[in-house]
Design a protein around this ligand. Structure first.
Ligand SMILES: [Zn+2]
Length: 130
């Protein structure tokens, strides 16, 4: 199993726990920490919609809360023909906590592609701007 396969598998597994009663759009994320441990995350929706949190951020916050610092890669899995990239808010968070990591997009049919954060988020605002 390649590095990306393990991340995709973690994202698929996390996706099964998605709480998406409003959109029915289930998303899973897999985040590999520099320690080698992989953290999963799923989207968690809320009746107010605005309080919904994406799978990528759940994975990042879970890992941070476990004491991890430094990440190597993240995968996002959805059940769509067209692969789903992270939303703008997640791009900001991925950049801030992970930097220029590979982002693996995949679907349940086995289609996948990899894109680097520097291409997905080319002119970021971060601590260097403060
Ligand atoms: Zn997002």
């Amino acid at each position: 199993m390649s590095d990306h396969d393990a991340l995709i598998a973690a994202a698929r597994k996390a996706r099964e726990n998605a709480h998406a009663p409003f959109s029915n759009f289930k998303v899973g994320a897999g985040l590999r920490a520099s320690s080698g441990k992989i953290y999963g995350g799923c989207n968690v929706e809320n009746a107010t919609y605005g309080l919904t949190i994406c799978a990528e951020r759940v994975a990042i916050f879970t890992a941070i809360s476990e004491g991890e610092r430094g990440f190597d890669a993240i995968a996002v899995v959805t059940d769509t023909d067209s692969l789903t990239p992270p939303c703008g808010a997640c791009r900001q968070l991925i950049w801030e906590f992970c930097g220029d990591v590979p982002v693996v997009l995949a679907n349940l049919q086995g289609k996948s592609e990899m894109i680097c954060m520097r291409d997905l988020f080319p002119k970021p605002f971060d601590s260097s701007n403060l």
